[in-house]
Design a protein around this ligand. Sequence first.
Ligand code: ZN
Length: 188
Amino acid sequence: MRLKILQAGDPVLREPARPLDTQEIVSDTLKRLIQDMRETMYDAPGVGLAAPQVGLAIQLAVIEDRDELLRNLPTDELAAKERRSVPFQVLINPKIVRSGQKHIEFHEGCLSLAGFQAVVPRAREVAVEYLDEEGRPRSLEASGWYARIVQHEIDHLNGILYIDRMHSRSFTSLDNWNRFWKPQSAAR
Ligand code: ZN
């Protein structure tokens, strides 16, 4: 079932989400929610979706950067952004345990700020500890665009939106991004 994606201004997007316990994680309710969030992310389409975006202040996010999304993008853009496909992944109670010193800047968007983009500096590399959908402790190391997605989704779980981190003068509508910035962003 597709869920409604809330837009900026909804208070739940600004609320720190609460961690889930093991019993909740293995429940049928959560399995169904993960399915629904996956479907909603595909449909949007997006590369990540956090539970607060569908109105639930719990520490759960789904991520996937599919080949279908990458196929339509120029190779030089993929290379510049270090964007590679990322398999479907469920992050529960995630914590960034290490953050690289190097920061990189690209335009990014958010399904909860539909129709806009801005340049957001993000760490190029992060290490994250989290629980998977079975409640097992896991860790991941991400770099490039994958690291950006992970940081964006974990921000959501802490009530943070990219507009809190963006270079505010770079904020643009999607139409104007396509018109003025897209050709440059590929070359960055
Ligand atoms: Zn977002």
